[in-house]
Design a protein around this ligand. Structure first.
Ligand SMILES: Nc1ncnc2c1ncn2[C@@H]1O[C@H](COP(=O)(O)OP(=O)(O)OP(=O)(O)O)[C@@H](O)[C@H]1O
Length: 265
């Protein structure tokens, strides 16, 4: 389990120190799909950077299995909004890239890359060049590359934000299928309330200035999708629609916060 305990982050900018997160506590459980939503600038990426080990808290602690997070680690794979693929390499070479750093033989790397290309539905594109792929396919390559090193947690910073609406819906379904098949813990940032509701098992609303947890909810819409219900049926369910409006209202009128107890541990 990844645990953030009373973390605060203050950036020492040239004008004056900026307190971005204050006294934030959050648990990320193995195998759960935690989604963070909150207004622009409330500190979501800062939170992801803490979990990834790119940043240390100004105060408080970030730990994995009670060990302090001292930097990036192979058990936490990160996928960013814009892909960071190597354009001169093929799809399969990109997926195998991280495995070279992990010290695997060429045969092991190719076998593992093929396995994760199949998981992300890209088995027919192994030899394609990156520039031949659509935005959604590139994000799937990024996902396959992060999964191939077998992290316990995937950290996704607005991974679907640059995609058109239809591809985004398809990728949401795809993410849930990958989550189910891989059993990984996922931590994801999004700006879309609908996306957050559909994907999250644990939905975290961040409050702004300084960023702190407004509420945490346990949800089962994603579990219903992986159990076989269609995305359209789930997203048009009155319960889903009602929650979407409620959360939009909370984002627009922060005083409407409700902290749901028991979802943090
Ligand atoms: N390295 C930094 N130095 C100084 N200020 C920073 C730094 N990184 C982020 N900030 C500031 O901290 C605040 C939170 O930034 P962060 O990127 O974490 O928010 P966010 O919720 O992810 O935003 P968005 O939704 O717009 O991506 C912003 O005001 C940003 O300008």
């Amino acid at each position: 389990m990844i645990r953030l305990q009373s973390v605060s982050v203050t950036y020492p900018t040239t004008a004056r120190p900026v307190e971005v997160l204050r006294d934030l506590s959050l648990d990320l459980h193995d195998g759960r799909f935690t989604v963070v939503i909150g207004e622009s600038g409330c500190g979501k990426t800062t939170l992801l950077n803490l979990i990834a080990g790119f940043l240390k808290p100004t105060s408080g602690s970030a730990s994995i299995d009670n060990r302090p997070i001292a930097g990036p680690g192979a058990e936490r794979g990160v996928v960013f909004q814009s892909d960071t693929l190597l354009p001169w390499q093929t799809v399969q070479e990109n997926v195998a890239f991280g495995l070279r750093l992990a010290g695997q033989s060429p045969q092991q790397r190719q076998a593992r890359a093929r396995e994760y290309l199949a998981l992300t539905g890209l088995q027919d594109y192994a030899d394609a060049a990156i520039w031949e792929l659509s935005g959604g396919m590139r994000q799937r390559v990024s996902l396959a590359r992060a999964l191939a090193v077998d992290p316990r947690f995937l950290l996704l910073d607005e991974p679907l934000g640059a995609l058109d609406a239809l591809t985004r819906e398809q990728m949401q379904e795809h993410l849930l299928q990958v989550w189910k098949a891989s059993g990984k813990g996922i931590f994801m940032i999004t700006h879309s309330v609908e996306e957050a509701l559909f994907l999250a098992t644990d939905l975290v609303l961040l409050r702004a200035r300084p960023g702190r947890v407004g509420s945490v909810r346990s949800l089962e819409f994603g579990a219903r999708f992986v159990a076989g219900e269609s995305a359209r049926s789930i997203k048009s369910d009155p319960e889903f629609v009602g929650l979407r409006e409620e959360i939009l209202n909370q984002l627009l009128h922060p005083q409407a916060d409700v902290v749901v107890e028991g979802a943090l541990s």
